[in-house]
Design a protein around this ligand. Structure first.
Ligand code: BDR
Ligand code: CA
Length: 311
């Protein structure tokens, strides 16, 4: 079986951390690199977290690349209210001695895509600054990648402003550059990730695996976040946005998608960062992505638990 070649571009982040653990546990994937971007917490922290998480997953050798500290335009937006000041919800993780690569994320993604034409999938679970820079700097990159799987956006509402989801609000210019790049894209917006939750009973099942990695993931899902998800979004469990993107890359059959045009609002008084879709092809815009809108939640939770059981 040929393994799926994955590169993870992320801003860990409690759900990014779980996504990394899942991808690194999969026998069907070969993760060839991880990059960090400033997002849920500043870059210094997301980079450190990425290094610690890959080591915790048993891959201290895996190259981790630094990315952008700031979005393409404007100020850094963070989400410590949900992820804590350490980005991992205050859940302790062993400190790795590994250091980041000197090469920047956008150059590493291009180099790896060029070495593996048509084979590399980038799973992007943070603001899209690194990929926006990569696709702008390297015009051949869009055609070299197999796919970009993005967690971001929402078709009808936001989680950070009334209109915008966090990753797209944090860098609308980066996101728009990615969507209009011509790359093959799948996007998982809040419409589907809010269905990718792990309830209290399932968190208990994860905890009962009793490995350090399962305990770490369960602690991050729990720790007040179940209540937050219920109060803020009316979802009955810990929402696993970024694991949804990782599991799409591994098991796309769990998800339902339609093909359509997507753009990201870069102006707007109330709507900066909003995902704009031509989901019903009203404007007959040429489709530029697959837009996921549904998931087999039982299958999603079962895949998450089975992958975590491999630790
Ligand atoms: C996204 O924003 C971040 O806070 C999460 O890690 C996820 O990538 C959800 O809106
Ligand atoms: Ca994230």
């Amino acid at each position: 079986m040929d393994k799926k070649l994955l590169f993870l571009d992320c801003d860990p982040g409690v759900d990014d951390a779980v996504a990394i653990l899942l991808a690194l546990a999969s026998p069907e994937a070969e993760v060839v690199g991880v990059s960090a971007v400033g997002g849920n917490v500043p870059l210094e922290r997301t980079l450190r977290n990425a290094l610690d998480i890959v080591a915790f997953a048993g891959r201290p050798d895996l190259p981790v690349y630094p990315g952008a500290k700031m979005p393409m335009t404007g100020a850094l937006i963070t989400a410590e209210d949900f992820h804590g000041t350490d980005g991992l919800g205050g859940v302790p993780i062993p400190q790795s001695t590994a250091q980041p690569q000197a090469e920047m994320a956008w150059d590493a993604i291009h180099r790896l895509a060029k070495a593996n034409p048509g084979l590399l999938t980038v799973v992007a679970t943070g603001p899209l600054t690194n990929l926006g820079i990569a696709l702008t700097k390297w015009p051949d990159l869009a055609g070299l990648l197999k796919e970009i799987v993005i967690m971001g956006g929402a078709s009808a509402y936001g989680n950070t402003t009334p209109a915008a989801e966090f990753n797209f609000l944090a860098d609308p210019e980066g996101a728009e550059a990615v969507f209009q790049s011509g790359a093959s894209i799948t996007v998982l917006p809040l419409d589907v990730t809010h269905k990718c939750y792990v309830n209290c009973e399932e968190i208990a099942q994860l905890r009962s695996q009793a490995t350090p990695q399962a305990n770490f993931a369960a602690e991050m899902m729990d720790g007040g976040r179940v209540e937050q998800c219920e109060q803020w979004f009316g979802v009955s469990g810990s929402i696993m946005h970024d694991p949804a993107a990782a599991l799409y890359a591994l098991h796309p059959q769990l998800f339902t998608a339609k093909t359509c045009w997507v753009g990201v609002e870069t102006g707007g008084v109330h709507s900066r960062g909003k995902m704009v879709t031509d989901a019903f092809t009203d404007a007959s815009l040429t489709a530029n992505c697959r837009l996921c809108y549904d998931v087999d939640r039982a299958g999603f939770v079962s895949a998450l638990l089975s992958l975590m059981e491999r630790y």
